[in-house]
Design a protein around this ligand. Structure first.
Ligand SMILES: [Zn+2]
Length: 457
């Protein structure tokens, strides 16, 4: 088939509702698998599109999303306010308001959803994964599931390629990402917390890795750090070909330490429960994420909710095209980053790329009303304790006490701990007590993310 024709079919395939849903065939698992396979093929084709063609696909998808949104009470009001009939360019999206997770938690789910569609498709309710402290419910969409499964096949192919594997369907193990169990034919799943319980659980897990000849580990940054901790303690090693991790960012030091220990490349994937995969790390350069323009439209905005130009750091704001029941439009995900246009990337691709600045800055409130950015403290801890701890967490218990929980390595000494206490106390203007507490485990939450900072004050 000539390439332009393949691209034309891929574009129209991704622009339309999945065939199995239109024909009502989804009850059949085999049909769903064929459909997600076709999505993968289509997504591979659209990676070859010129920027102009990608924008045309995005505009078509945006129009479809806004059509769906006219049946959703919350969006109906906003669309009426701007006299929406249709958009002729992507930029017209700026007529619509930017929403935050906090804004949306104040609006009942029924007002943010097409309830008729939810009932008809027997949609189940999902929740966000708790990184911003504002949990939000939404209806899961079957369209979203099919597209996400297609993207997952691409991600695992990239991981296989990075690990030097040629066979496409690699054997991958899912450690602890329970909500994503149905997105890929995993060769095994284990609750992340099982590693912490008994030595027998871990021995069993190491045995499974060997007997099933697992090639790719899929997990999040916290469980990966815990696996490193335990394998190091247990004197164990397993040669993965590639490790794919989601949810949190690892800093450069942590990441190179993990890659050195596991002796394989790592691949980071950025997404959100409510918006699927937003960015996949470049195979040629760490910390650079390729966006998935077929599934969503990315903007960077500031606190005043205005658009920022390429190169400027601001709030990651996403319009996800694939949820027809609970639409997410111009939604501030809760992370900060910037967009850059790349003519030629290290991986050979070209498109817009996303850089992160990590989670939206959190603040330790001081008794005199001022605040210190948590990031500044966490950088100080990184500098002071690099190589001496596995993990840390900050807890502001009240206006008087900041607790630093650490999982120490054998070479951690009390002098190092005392020096850190002195440094952080000075950063907090000597107005709070700083306590370093050594712990065995810093538990992750049900959401699978371990918060860096907890505030009870
Ligand atoms: Zn790249």
């Amino acid at each position: 088939m000539e390439l332009p024709i393949a691209r034309f079919f891929a574009t129209s395939f991704l622009a339309e509702e999945p065939i199995s849903l239109r024909l009502g065939l989804l009850s059949n698992q085999a049909t769903e698998n064929v459909e997600s396979f076709m999505n993968k093929i289509a997504l591979k084709q659209t990676r070859l599109l010129a920027e102009r063609e990608i924008h045309a696909l995005q505009l078509a998808k945006l129009k479809q999303l806004l059509c769906w949104a006219t049946f959703v009470p919350y969006w109906q009001v906003h669309l009426q306010r701007i006299n929406f009939t249709s958009f002729s360019s992507l930029q017209q999206i700026s007529k619509l308001p930017i929403t935050t997770r906090r804004d949306l938690t104040l609006i009942p789910l029924e007002k943010r959803s097409n309830m008729a569609k939810a009932k008809k498709s027997k949609a189940v309710i999902g929740t966000t994964s708790g990184s911003t402290g504002h949990p939000l419910q939404f209806y899961r969409s079957k369209i979203s599931k099919i597209r996400t499964k297609g993207i997952y096949q691409l991600i695992m192919e990239q991981a296989a390629c990075m690990g030097g594997l040629t066979w496409e369907n690699s054997r991958a193990f899912n450690l602890g990402i329970q909500r994503q169990q149905t997105l890929y034919p995993w060769n095994g799943f284990l609750w992340g917390t099982k590693l912490e319980e008994t030595r027998e659980n871990r021995t069993e897990f190491y045995k499974i890795l060997r007997s099933r000849r697992i090639q790719i580990l899929y997990t999040n940054a916290s469980y990966l750090k815990r696996l490193y901790y335990w394998m190091d303690k247990d004197g164990e090693f397993f040669q993965f070909r590639c490790i794919v991790y989601i949810a949190q960012q690892l800093n450069k030091r942590e990441r190179s330490e993990l890659e050195k220990f596991f002796k394989c490349p790592t691949l980071s994937v950025y997404g959100a429960q409510e918006c699927s995969v937003i960015g996949i790390e470049c195979s040629g350069e760490q910390g650079v994420f390729h966006t998935v323009p077929e599934l969503g439209y990315l903007e960077i905005t500031d606190y005043g909710k205005r658009n920022l130009p390429p190169g400027k750091i601001g709030e990651v704001t996403y319009t996800y095209f694939e949820n027809e029941i609970s639409p997410f439009i111009r939604y501030q995900v809760g992370d900060r980053g910037k967009i850059e246009q790349r003519k030629q990337c290290a991986c050979g691709g070209s498109s817009e790329v996303l850089f992160f600045e990590g989670k939206t800055a959190e603040i330790v409130d001081l008794p005199d009303g001022s605040g210190i950015i948590v990031k500044a403290i966490s950088i100080a801890i990184d500098e002071a304790l690099a190589g001496r701890i596995y993990q840390f967490q900050l807890i502001q218990e009240d206006h008087k006490t900041l607790r630093i929980k650490i999982v120490p390595k054998d070479n951690f000494s009390d002098e190092v701990g005392n020096a850190l206490v002195a440094k952080v106390t000075a950063m907090l203007h000597y107005s709070m007590n700083v306590v370093v507490e050594k712990v065995k485990v810093i538990p992750s939450e049900i959401s699978e993310k371990t918060p860096l900072f907890i505030k009870f004050a």
